[in-house]
Design a binder for this molecule. Structure first.
Ligand code: SF4
Ligand code: SF4
Ligand code: FES
Length: 258
């Protein structure tokens, strides 16, 4: 409460004195400090060009506090590592724009309902353990003799089945926006993993359909999805996990690949 008051005073004053300033509020927490999480507020003068949020976090780290920690790698929406909660929405920082003409404040949290390693870095151990569980690799009963290995081809139609699925970059934005996953992260697979599970089920080169459906057909692994579609709104790759989960449920109930 005290900190919030200080923060408000600081904000009011800075705003009053410098209306041309923009304010970046960033969530901070470190296990090395014996304290509750806190916010750093960085006033910054932006020129009127829209700026990518990832560039802003770099600016804050390079100019104000080098201990600010966040993940990033590709800077182009490909690696999926810079996912954060930006002004209330999970998104990739490298694809999110702050437009100084329309926005005075930018608030950045780590992905919600995740354990935090430091600052904006969530602990994705559970997320990746779940990824292992769905066996994200092709399991074919063809060409078991390695000396006779040939290329396994797909028809164009079979390849189209993977559109809207293969684009997933495992950024975890969807799972971290799913209320069912928040409360059942250790049992429910969540939208990202169910989309990945479906991606391998419909791959014409994979022959492990029954095992894959058998694994996901479980009271908590899939049934916790209530089709609220929070996950769809945040996916930076425009996939549709809700639709995919419903198709997956349909496959499971029909127990066959169409
Ligand atoms: S539709 Fe399902 S997976 Fe997506 S947010 Fe809602 S409960 Fe979670
Ligand atoms: S489905 Fe979209 S939001 Fe979810 S992990 Fe994949 S890319 Fe990220
Ligand atoms: S840095 Fe790779 S997706 Fe943002």
């Amino acid at each position: 409460m005290f900190l919030q008051k200080i923060e408000k005073l600081f904000l009011d004053e800075m705003f009053y004195l410098n209306p041309q300033f923009k304010y970046i509020r960033i969530y901070r927490w470190s296990s090395f400090k014996n304290s509750n999480p806190w916010f750093n507020i960085f006033p910054t003068r932006l020129n009127l060009k829209p700026t990518m949020v990832l560039d802003l976090t770099f600016k804050m780290k390079n100019n104000y506090d080098s201990s600010l920690t966040f993940r990033r790698s590709c800077r182009e929406g490909i690696c999926g590592s810079c996912s954060m909660n930006i002004n209330g929405k999970n998104a990739l920082a490298c694809l999110s724009v702050m437009n100084p003409k329309t926005l005075q404040f930018l608030t950045i949290y780590p992905l919600p309902h995740m354990f935090i390693v430091k600052d904006l870095v969530p602990d994705l151990t559970n997320f990746y353990n779940q990824y292992k569980l769905i066996k994200p690799w092709k399991m074919s009963n063809l060409n078991t003799d390695k000396s006779k290995m040939n290329e396994v081809t797909q028809s164009k139609m079979d390849r189209y089945e993977l559109d809207g699925l293969y684009e997933c970059i495992l950024c975890a934005c969807c799972s971290a926006s799913c209320p069912s996953y928040w409360w059942n992260y250790d049992k429910y697979l969540g939208p990202a993993m169910l989309l990945q599970a479906y991606r391998w089920m419909v791959d014409s080169r994979d022959h492990n359909f029954n095992e894959r459906t058998g694994f996901t057909d479980n009271k908590t692994r899939i049934d916790k999805c209530h089709s609220i579609a929070n996950c769809v709104k945040v996916c930076p790759k425009k996939t549709n996990p809700t639709k995919t989960i419903n198709l997956l449920k349909y496959y499971i109930s029909a127990n066959t690949k169409f």
